[in-house]
Design a protein around this ligand. Structure first.
Ligand SMILES: Cc1cc2nc3c(=O)[nH]c(=O)nc-3n(C[C@H](O)[C@H](O)[C@H](O)COP(=O)(O)OP(=O)(O)OC[C@H]3O[C@@H](n4cnc5c(N)ncnc54)[C@H](O)[C@@H]3O)c2cc1C
Length: 547
């Protein structure tokens, strides 16, 4: 197994029964030192909201006890597929390890944008650095005072700035950029977010929700600099002779000074090693729906490095596959569990593993205290689109002769958009339905409405004809007896681990009624942790109904 991040670690844990039965021998090579940790919590660690202990994923103790060999602080630098040998480098020592199966769990790295003053790393020619600390940037370390936010070393740099209440410039207003900006500002850092376009999180939000989020961030003390393209950085020479970040220079001539520049410009799958080994890669390592490499049936990929796409038929020279790895921990963990089950089934005669379940389109949730944002699906439809489609196709007007246009207006006619905005109080909701079923939504500043819409979206339920009913979940006259689907047994409580209300109820009724015990029994709440409040609600509800 190459990579000992959260997904590689879950895969090894799931193989424990096979290790104990002597069916497999497992070796894991991880570039980071120490036990694997929950990377989702890195931003919380960076602002002092969580500890290393709380982030630990347990070090795969059971796997080690069952005989797994775990080599940390080491890098796989090359693969010979003809000899089935990987080269592992640890310090001055290099060894070749033979494999029957090779699992890529190499994850992703934070993108470093092209800015004058920052050394550009040519990914297409890159081989992994034998030095774990510079895995992604051989010869091109970032200047002092410039960081990404992906691992613990990055988080330490941010924590240092936060503790010193220093000025942090965040470049990029995606979900991670917004989360770290809000969290750092809440603990006293002076934060400025610089981004293209008019709204933050432009890929996931529409104008209304993005505008409300930007206002909420400003109210929380974050300076939001929109419509701005960064071009270069200026370094200053400190008294001790160190060159460090001084200011970000923008295309319109603005200079934004700070003590730390935090680059939050998305992530890219680590595919270089796979590419060098002759495997097919696009945005990620290309695998079929059995997680097996297109090019080599002995090689699989899981987690942030894996891109699932149908293998083209022989001789079919179609365009490169669209899509990308999900970049989320839940799908990665499910892939790890499924692949381990598949391998164990192959080793135990007669056991058949059902095909891996298709992932639902992901929800986007901003983890920030006091600012509730949840969004899903394509929000680009406008409330009046459907109206104009009706007008175009109806009445005495000539009907479209172009079949494509006609289909499009039929689709729009079936799509309805309800929107409610209260910028003064930082609230906004939009619901896009098709034949009454929720296709996309966003909710800002309306936590209960957001939770209810999430459940309706997840279950593909029809919305009530009077959409305003949903807004009342956050109204002053809210009564828990409104009902809703929140406690339906098949509803998901923990999205990262796919845990349902039913599993939480079972755990709560057969053990201690605390969130910690339910988490230990079901894994609910051990990913992003955003569902811990809901786990507590379900435990309380299970107690009240006497299950
Ligand atoms: C700040 C932050 C917040 C996030 N928030 C969320 C969230 O709220 N919800 C969510 O679902 N996801 C979130 N994510 C994403 C989530 O962390 C990832 O989806 C998850 O970490 C993927 O796990 P992985 O094991 O596939 O890859 P990674 O976590 O990237 O781990 C890969 C490991 O492989 C090692 N490796 C790579 N190449 C080699 C090599 N050649 N030799 C040896 N070792 C190698 C790396 O050092 C690394 O340890 C967040 C991520 C960050 C950084």
């Amino acid at each position: 197994v190459i990579g000992f991040g959260p997904v590689g670690a879950r895969f090894v844990d799931e193989l424990v029964p096979a290790l104990e039965a002597g069916l497999v021998e497992v070796t894991v090579v991880g570039a980071e030192e120490g036990d694997p940790y929950n990377r989702v919590l890195v931003a919380e660690y960076a602002v002092g909201h969580t500890s290393l202990g709380a982030m630990s994923l347990g070090g795969s103790t059971a796997a080690v006890a069952a005989g797994a060999r775990i080599i940390t602080g080491a890098t796989v630098t090359a693969i010979s597929r003809s000899r089935r040998v990987v080269t592992v480098v640890r310090g001055d020592h290099s060894e070749g390890l033979h494999y029957d199966r090779l699992i890529f769990a190499t994850g992703a790295r934070a993108n470093v944008p092209t800015l004058d003053g920052i050394v550009r790393v040519r990914r297409d020619h890159l081989a992994p650095s034998p030095e774990p600390a510079t895995l992604d940037s051989p010869g091109g370390a970032l200047p002092v005072g410039v960081t990404t936010l992906r691992d613990l070393a990055d988080a330490e740099r941010v924590l240092d700035a936060v503790r010193g209440a220093r000025r942090i410039v965040v470049l990029g207003a995606g979900v991670l950029g917004m989360e770290i900006a809000l969290a750092a500002s809440s603990v006293g850092a002076q934060v400025c977010v610089v981004y293209h376009g008019g709204i933050p999180m432009a890929r996931s939000l529409d104008r209304g929700s993005g505008t409300v989020l930007a206002r909420a961030a400003r109210r929380a003390g974050v300076t939001m600099v929109d419509h701005t393209r960064a071009e270069s950085i200026v370094l200053r020479l400190d008294d001790d002779g160190t060159e460090r970040f001084d200011a970000l220079v923008c295309a319109d001539g603005k200079q934004i000074s700070g003590d730390l520049l935090l680059l939050s410009c998305g992530v890219g799958a680590r595919v270089e090693l796979a590419r060098l080994a002759g495997l097919d890669v696009a945005a990620g390592i290309l695998v079929d729906d059995g997680l097996t490499s297109w090019a080599d049936s002995r090689i699989c990929a899981i987690g942030d490095c894996a891109q699932i796409a149908p293998r083209p038929a022989l001789g079919d020279s179609t365009a490169p596959p669209v899509g990308a790895p999900s970049g989320l921990i839940g799908p990665g963990w499910r892939q790890a569990e499924w692949l381990a089950a598949r391998i164990m089934a192959e080793l135990s005669d007669g056991v058949v593993v059902p095909a891996m379940a298709r992932e639902r389109p992901a929800l986007v949730v901003v983890k920030a205290e006091g600012i509730d944002v949840v969004a899903a699906g394509d929000l680009s439809a406008d409330p009046w689109d459907a109206e104009s489609a009706h007008t175009d196709t109806g009445g005495d007007r000539p009907r479209h002769t172009d079949a494509g246009r006609h289909d499009d207006s039929c689709r729009l006619a079936a799509t309805q958009v309800a929107e409610w905005a209260d910028p003064e109080h930082g609230r906004y909701v939009k619901m896009v339905t098709r034949d009454g079923v929720l296709e996309a939504f966003v909710s800002v500043g309306m936590p209960r409405t957001g939770a209810e819409l999430t459940l309706l979206y997840e279950r593909g339920s029809e919305l009530p004809a009077d959409r305003s009913v949903l807004l009342r979940y956050d109204g002053p006259d809210y009564e828990p007896s409104f009902g809703g689907d929140g406690f339906a047994l098949e509803s998901t409580v923990c999205w990262c681990n796919g845990v349902t209300v039913e599993s939480v109820v079972d755990a709560a009724t057969s053990g201690d009624r605390t969130v910690a015990c339910v988490s230990a029994a079901t894994r609910a709440g051990t990913g992003c942790g955003g569902c811990r409040g809901r786990i507590a609600d379900v435990i309380e509800w299970a107690g009240a109904i006497g299950s």
